[in-house]
Each structure stands twice: as structure tokens, then as C-alpha cells.
Ligand binder design. Structure first.
Ligand code: GUN
Length: 287
């Protein structure tokens, strides 16, 4: 029997724990934990994501500082805002919602966020620390959320064959490093991978992060595997679905994350976690 992992429930439980931390932080430090979210332009998906982040802040008791800039903003003005926000001592974490309008230099803008406030974990320094298996690294939220799901479900990673399909900077790469740091034997697949079906079929833990609807079919899944679906796609009828063909795969695996309600809720919760962790470190208190 396959267990469907309830990301919403895990997420709600973790948010409760973070709320307790955020309340005790205020008692000790005289202010709420603070997260700044900078949204540039009018990408509709980004607007939804940012609203979800604000709502999560409210739930956890984190003070959110929202900044929006129009899509025509100059590089200089965008940089100026990021610099000012990063200097604010009441702010423990800063994120610039991606993607940015095409004329802006994303690398330059993101590099202005100091490592101690980089709660997305996208900076070269945090990625480097993660590659070095340094416990001080801030991990990108989606892969970190997946590790928490595996841990909370009691799924042992050590010694397992883990296959990550997709090599993006936000998911695939940090995911492969977290699994490696947890002693899995990791294979990263991408568009040039030969015999993808065969490689996936060897996975004890299969993470799909390709951005293609129902790309992972039952033939690519080993009997009893753990299947993690990072996709947020639309099927041929415009309905939300994942990278995994859920209906056919669920008969074959031991665990699977649904879309929606699997990995998605955990991503925002891990942003709250990274922000609380940043506040704790900056103020020398325990999380
Ligand atoms: N755009 C899509 N996902 C993310 C994310 O996790 N963080 C930021 N900053 N932008 C995103």
C-alpha cells in the first residue's frame, strides 16, 4: 500500500512550533522576527507566491515587510532598495522574488543580500557551505522541505539510491547535496541523461523536479520506491498536476507526495523556518 504524504499537515505542525519560537523571541528580544519580501514587476505567479508568504508570516507571527517596485524600475533603484532593506536591523531575512523583469541583473541584485539574511539559501556562499556539508549552511526552501518530509515520515535516507531529475539552482542541485549530506548515493539526471527511464527505475528515492506534467510514469518507478513530486504543472485540461503521473505511479511506490498538498506547503514553511533560524543566530538565541 502506498502512503500519500500529507504536506499540509506536516507544514501546519511545523508552523505551530515556529509560532512558539517567534513568541518567545519577542519576549527575549523585544521585537517580532522580521522577513522582507521584495517583489519587482507584475508576474501573476509571483504575486500569488508573495501573498502566500505574507499569509504564512501572519500564521507564524513573523512581521512581514513587503516592498513592491514597478516592472520599469531601473537597476540602480532596485539595488538601492535591496541595500536599504538589508541594512534594517528589524529584518532577519530578505528575499527578492524571482523571476525579475528581463532588463534587471538578477545576479547583481541577489548578491546584495548578505549571507546571514539570505533565507532563500540561493547565495554562492550558502550553496558553497551546503556543498561542503557545513551545518551552518542555509538550504533552499523546497529541498529542505523535502528532507523534513522524509525525516518526519521516518524514511531513512542513508545508503539509499536517490535519483534527482532536474538540475536547477533552486531545487535539483541543492536537493542532490542535501541527499548526499544525508549519506544517500545520489544521481542527478537532466535533459542529456541517457536511459533516463532505467536510471529512475533504480531509485529507492526519486525526486522529480523537471517542470513537465506527468513526466514520471509507472515504468520509471521501482516497486516500493519513495516518490517526491516537486512539479507545479498543468495537464492537457489545464488542471494543476505534478511532474509525476500520480494515478499510475501510486500503485507501485511506498510513499508519494500529491500535487497540490505535498511539497508545495513545505516550501513556504521552510522559508519561515530559515527566517526564524536567521533571527536566532543574529540574536544569539536558540531555535
Ligand atoms: N520564485 C520561485 N520560487 C522562488 C523562491 O523559492 N524564492 C524566490 N525568491 N523566488 C522564487
Amino acid at each position: 500500500m502506498c502512503k500519500i504524504i500529507d504536506g499540509k499537515r506536516h507544514s501546519a505542525e511545523i508552523r505551530d512550533e515556529l509560532r512558539t519560537f517567534a513568541d518567545s523571541f519577542e519576549k527575549k528580544c523585544g521585537r517580532r522576527v522580521g522577513l522582507a519580501v521584495i517583489l519587482i514587476g507584475d508576474d501573476p505567479a509571483s504575486q500569488v507566491y508573495v501573498r502566500n508568504k505574507e499569509k504564512a508570516c501572519e500564521e507564524v507571527g513573523i512581521k512581514s515587510f513587503m516592498y513592491t517596485l514597478g516592472k520599469e524600475v531601473s537597476q540602480e533603484d532596485a539595488e538601492e532598495l535591496v541595500r536599504t532593506v538589508c541594512e534594517d536591523d528589524a529584518i532577519d531575512g530578505v528575499i527578492v522574488q524571482l523571476p525579475l523583469p528581463g532588463h534587471l541583473d538578477r545576479k547583481k541584485i541577489c548578491s546584495l543580500i548578505p549571507v546571514e539574511k539570505d533565507v532563500d539559501g540561493f547565495s554562492a556562499e550558502n550553496m558553497g557551505l551546503l556543498a561542503l556539508n557545513d551545518g551552518g549552511a542555509v538550504s533552499a526552501c523546497t529541498p529542505l522541505g523535502i528532507m523534513k518530509l522524509l525525516e518526519r515520515e521516518g524514511i531513512d535516507v542513508s545508503g539509499k539510491n536517490a535519483v534527482v531529475v532536474g538540475r536547477s539552482a533552486i531545487v535539483g542541485r541543492p536537493m542532490s547535496l542535501l541527499l548526499l549530506n544525508a549519506d544517500a548515493t545520489v544521481t542527478v539526471c537532466h535533459s542529456k541523461t541517457k536511459d533516463l527511464e532505467k536510471v529512475c527505475a533504480g531509485a529507492d528515492i526519486l525526486v522529480a523536479a523537471v517542470g513537465r506534467p506527468k513526466f514520471i510514469t509507472a515504468a520509471m518507478v521501482k516497486e516500493g520506491a519513495v516518490v517526491i513530486d516537486v512539479g507545479m504543472d498543468r495537464d492537457e485540461n489545464g488542471k494543476l498536476c505534478g511532474d509525476v503521473d500520480f494515478e499510475s505511479v501510486k500503485g507501485k511506490c511506498s510513499y508519494i507526495t500529491p500535487v497540490p498538498g505535498g511539497v508545495g506547503p513545505m516550501t513556504v514553511t521552510m522559508l519561515m523556518y530559515n527566517t526564524c533560524r536567521s533571527a536566532a543566530r543574529r540574536n544569539d538565541v536558540r531555535l
